[in-house]
Design a protein around this ligand. Structure first.
Ligand code: MD3
Ligand code: FE
Length: 206
């Protein structure tokens, strides 16, 4: 479903087995060194979702400059299979595109407990206009997709469930967006996850 030009939601893109595989990988990445960390927002607050990132070009990204409790270890590598998953996601959501663009090389993984939120923001650190790929695991959340002018209305609220894919390209790439609410206890029981996890795949353009 296209909720705005270039913003495509594909519910249930990952089946149960793929969700469990991806969750197992995220749990490995979350372990120290360079595991889960707390990030400061540009306004000086502390993000309630905690993050892990993968990929060589993480530094000198703004996210890395704002880590509160990092251990100084270099971030973990971005595996080839994750890049292929990103390409497949874009093709499935947007259709075959000219294979000229750089490969997906950064993953940002957000871990949400029942109280975590993400304020309205734009993702403008990447030097590439390639679409951002988002994969959700665990609890259902309310995802708020806004406009490119202001963090206020108009926006559209969409529920994101475990296994859902969202691709944000074209004019939607610089839209404001956030996660105002997680619905605790809504994860598929077979997954064995309390809370919500979101994996975004990006092209750094570096
Ligand atoms: C729209 N993550 O990591 S995923 C983020 O659920 C982020 O953790 C949220 O916003 C989460 O930056 C939302 C959906 C998403 C991700 C990236 C986008 C929407 C986007 C980039 C541009 C426009
Ligand atoms: Fe974002």
């Amino acid at each position: 479903t296209e909720i705005a030009p270039g913003a495509v939601h594909v519910p249930d893109w990952l089946d149960g087995a793929r969700q469990r595989e991806l969750l197992a990988a995220c749990r490995e990445w979350a372990r120290p060194p360079a595991g889960l960390r707390t990030v400061r927002t540009p306004g000086g607050g502390t993000m309630t979702a905690r993050q892990v990132c993968l990929g060589q070009h993480w530094y000198p990204y703004a996210y890395a400059r704002t880590v509160v409790d990092g251990d100084g270890a270099p971030v973990k590598p971005f595996p080839d299979w994750l890049g292929e998953l990103g390409r497949r996601a874009v093709t499935d959501a947007l259709g075959p595109a000219p294979a000229t663009g750089a490969a997906y090389d950064i993953a940002l993984i957000n871990f949400y407990d029942a109280d975590a939120r993400m304020g309205m923001h734009r993702d403008s650190d990447e030097k590439s206009g390639a679409p951002v790929v988002s994969l959700s695991l665990g609890d259902t959340c309310v995802f708020r997709f806004g406009n490119t002018e202001t963090r206020a209305r108009p926006y559209t609220d969409v529920e994101l469930r475990s296994g859902d894919l969202f691709v944000f390209g074209g004019p939607s790439r610089l839209a404001y967006h956030g996660v105002p609410r997680v619905h605790p206890g809504t994860a598929p029981p077979e997954l064995g996850l309390t809370g919500r996890l979101n994996i975004t795949l990006r092209v750094s353009g570096l």
